[in-house]
Design a protein. Structure first.
Length: 98
């Protein structure tokens, strides 16, 4: 049986309590396998998930729900050297990342 992450839905509840993602271009730093992105990508204008681990990104791309794929971009990168110009995103998320 696979591990269930946040079966009570606390992550997405608190995420929406602190951030307005409606129509936002969001950056998720340390997106890992994408499991948090699935909770909010439909309400955002676009989500860019970055992670330095190629295996985690491959999992995220492979498990991305088909309806969300046009709304999400995954890039191999770390927070130490973001490959974006300033003011590219409306908000950035960092949750459960080391």
């Amino acid at each position: 049986m696979p591990t269930q992450h946040d079966p009570e839905g606390f992550e997405s509840k608190y995420l929406y309590d602190v951030a307005d993602l409606s129509g936002a271009h969001a950056l998720e730093i340390g997106c890992g396998d994408g499991r948090l992105i699935w909770h909010y990508a439909a309400s955002a204008r676009h989500v860019t998930g970055i992670d330095p681990n190629p295996q985690r990104l491959a999992t995220a791309q492979g498990e991305c729900p088909p309806a969300l794929r046009p709304n999400i971009t995954f890039i191999r990168a770390g927070a130490e050297a973001l490959p974006f110009c300033g003011e590219t995103f409306d908000l950035a998320l960092l949750a459960w990342s080391l």
